[in-house]
Design a protein around this ligand. Structure first.
Ligand SMILES: *Cc1c(COP(=O)(O)O)cnc(C)c1O
Length: 386
C-alpha cells in the first residue's frame, strides 16, 4: 500500500512474503533441549521424527533426509533407475523433481497436466510411457493431491513405480487416505515456506519394504549393518559394509526435534491455511479476469499455495502491481523443460500446452498460517481494484 511504501521508501521490496514459517517458543525449546543433550545427530530425535511422520502417513515407513531435493534423489536411487531408463514427470513443479532423475542418468519424459489442478493427467502419463519407463513422478501441486488411484494403476500396468512428490501436500488426503500412503514412494520437503519446517529437511516414505530399506541405506552412505545381509559378517562387531554407493543425507537430531515440535501444530496449520484459502476464493470468485483454484471430489488438500489464475495476458502486470505494493507474490512454476539445462538437451517449448497455459496465468498469493485476515483483505482489495 502507498503508506507502507512511503514509510520504507523501498518501492519494490516485498513486505509480505508469499510463504513463511511459523515458529513458537515451544519449537525453540525443543531445539535447545537437543543442543544441551548427547545426540546432535543419528540419535533418538531422528527416530521420533520418523515415527511421527510415519504415523501421519498412515503407518508408511519413513526416513528423514536433509531436504526435499535429497528426498527425491534418495527415492530415485531406491528405485535403482539409471541410464537407459525413463521417468515420466509432471512439468508443473520445481526443477528438483526432474533434475534428480536426470542426475541418476535417466531420461525425463514430460507429460501434460490438468488445466484445472496443474496435476499430472493420467491419460498423458499413460501416453508418455514406453517399455523403458521405470518411474512415473506426480506432484501434488499447491497441496491438492494428484489422482493417485488412477496413476498408480497406469504406472503398475506399464511395469513402473509411482513416485509422489508431496513437497506441497503433507497432511492432506485423497479419497480418505493420507498423503504418504498413496504412491510406491513419496517425498516431503520441510523448507520454511512449506507446510511445516525443519529449516532445511525432507523425508522419504514407502510402503514397499525393499524401497524403504534402500532409501534408508542410500541416505547413510549405503552402509549395511544387518549381519544377515553382509557378505563378510564374521569380520567383527565393528564391521559395516557398502554394497551400493550412497551419500550422507542424514537430517540431524537438532532439526528433527524442530520437525516433531512443528508436527504437533500441523492440524492447526491446515485449518488456518484452509481458512485463508476460502477467504481468497469467496472474495475473488466473482472477479472478471481471474479464476480461483478448484478442489476435486475426493480431495482434502493441505493448501501450500493459493494459485490464482490471471486471464487475458495480465499475469505479469498484476505481479508487478502487487510487488510494487509490498505483496510478495510468486509464480509457481515455469514448466521444468523451459530451463536452459533441458533446452540444451533438446527439449522444446510446446510439449505440454496445458502446463504452459497454466504457467502463463499462475500467480501465487501469500498463504501461511500467521497471515492475518487484515493482510489477506489487503491482498484481495489490491487484486479487485486492479
Ligand atoms: C520445495 C520443493 C522441492 C525441493 O525441496 P527442498 O527442500 O527445497 O530441497 C521439490 N519439489 C517441489 C514440488 C517443491 O515444492
Amino acid at each position: 500500500m502507498g503508506d507502507v511504501r512511503e514509510l520504507r521508501n523501498e518501492p519494490t521490496r516485498p513486505t509480505l512474503p508469499y510463504g513463511r514459517q511459523s515458529v513458537t517458543d515451544e519449537d525453540v525449546e525443543a531445539v535447545a533441549a537437543v543442543l544441551r543433550g548427547d545426540w546432535l545427530t543419528t540419535g533418538p530425535a531422528v527416530r521420533r521424527f520418523e515415527e511421527d511422520l510415519s504415523a501421519l502417513a498412515g503407518g508408511t515407513p519413513t526416513v528423514a533426509v536433509t531436504s526435499g531435493t535429497a528426498a527425491l534423489h534418495v527415492a530415485y536411487a531406491a528405485t535403482g533407475i539409471g541410464s537407459g531408463d525413463e521417468v515420466v514427470c509432471a512439468p508443473m513443479t520445481f526443477v528438483a523433481t526432474a533434475a534428480t532423475a536426470a542426475l541418476r542418468g535417466a531420461k525425463v519424459v514430460f507429460a501434460d497436466v490438468s488445466p484445472e489442478t496443474g496435476n499430472l493427467l493420467p491419460d498423458a502419463a499413460a501416453a508418455a510411457m514406453t517399455s523403458r519407463t521405470r518411474v512415473v513422478s506426480a506432484v501434488d501441486y499447491a497441496g491438492h493431491p494428484a489422482p493417485h488411484d488412477e496413476l498408480v494403476k497406469i504406472a503398475h500396468d506399464g511395469g513402473a513405480l509411482l513416485l509422489d512428490d508431496a513437497a506441497h501436500s503433507i497432511g492432506g488426503t485423497w479419497q480418505g487416505r493420507p498423503v504418504g500412503s498413496l504412491a510406491d514412494i513419496t517425498t516431503f520437503s520441510f523448507f520454511p515456506t512449506k507446510n511445516l519446517t525443519t529449516a532445511e529437511g525432507g523425508a522419504v516414505a514407502s510402503p514397499v519394504p525393499d524401497l524403504a530399506r534402500r532409501a534408508a541405506e542410500f541416505r547413510n552412505h549405503g552402509l549395511v549393518r544387518d549381519k544377515a545381509r553382509q557378505r563378510h559378517p564374521d569380520e567383527g562387531g565393528w564391521h559395516q559394509e557398502v554394497h551400493e554407493f550412497g551419500l550422507n543425507y542424514r537430517l540431524p537430531d537438532v532439526l528433527c526435534a524442530l520437525g516433531s515440535s512443528q508436527l504437533r501444530r500441523l492440524d492447526a496449520f491446515r485449518a488456518r491455511r484452509a481458512e485463508i484459502h476460502a477467504r481468497y476464493t469467496t472474495a475473488l470468485s466473482d472477479v472478471d479476469g481471474v479464476r480461483t483454484p478448484v478442489t476435486l471430489p475426493g480431495a482434502d488438500p493441505m493448501w501450500h499455495l493459493y494459485p490464482l489464475r490471471v486471464l487475458d495476458n495480465r499475469r505479469r502486470d498484476l505481479y508487478e502491481h502487487l510487488r510494487a505494493n509490498g505483496i510478495g507474490v510468486q509464480v509457481n512454476y515455469v514448466p521444468v523443460y523451459w530451463h536452459p539445462v533441458f533446452e540444451d538437451l533438446g527439449y522444446r517449448r510446446g510439449m505440454c500446452p496445458n502446463a504452459e497455459q497454466f504457467y502463463a496465468e499462475e500467480l501465487s498469493l501469500p498463504l501461511f498460517p500467521d497471515l492475518s485476515d487484515d493482510d489477506v483483505d489487503r491482498v484481495i482489495d489490491l487484486v479487485r481494484a486492479f
